[in-house]
Write a protein that binds this ligand. Structure first.
Ligand SMILES: [Mg+2]
Length: 132
């Protein structure tokens, strides 16, 4: 029997505690998980280390390049065009939501209302709805 294909997820957040929680949750659910505490580290992982995630969850408010600028950058360079991109953020400002829509992200989860098991469910729901 061939090994089942492990889904790859990249979680980006400047909050290490949250990253560890999400990493544990997704690992237990069978994902191959990579975490980055900055968008620059994430860009490096994608461009230099060649990591091709199936799903990216990305915080918005982070020091350095914010999450939406990161999405803009990977869109502009057409990096990992097949990845499902989900903003996972405390911010639910209408400005951010409008920016996220414009960038055509696949989902938007507000952290304050989402415990890790809910985030996992939501991510799976968004991923499934994107499949043809
Ligand atoms: Mg943050």
């Amino acid at each position: 029997m061939p090994e089942p294909i492990q889904k790859k997820i990249l979680c980006i957040d400047d909050d290490r505690f949250l990253l560890d929680m999400y990493a544990l949750k997704f690992t237990k659910a069978g994902y191959q998980v990579k975490t980055c505490d900055s968008t620059l580290a994430a860009l490096k992982m994608i461009k230099e280390e060649g990591f091709v995630p199936d799903v990216i969850t990305c915080d918005i408010v982070m020091p350095g390049m914010d999450g939406l600028s990161f999405v803009e950058a990977i869109r502009k360079e057409n990096l990992i065009p097949t990845a499902v991109i989900i903003m996972l953020t405390n911010q639910g400002t209408s400005d951010d939501i409008a920016r996220a829509k414009k960038l055509n992200v696949d989902g938007y989860i507000v952290k304050a209302t989402a415990i890790p098991s809910e985030v996992l469910l939501e991510v799976e729901k968004i991923t499934a709805s994107k499949k043809v």
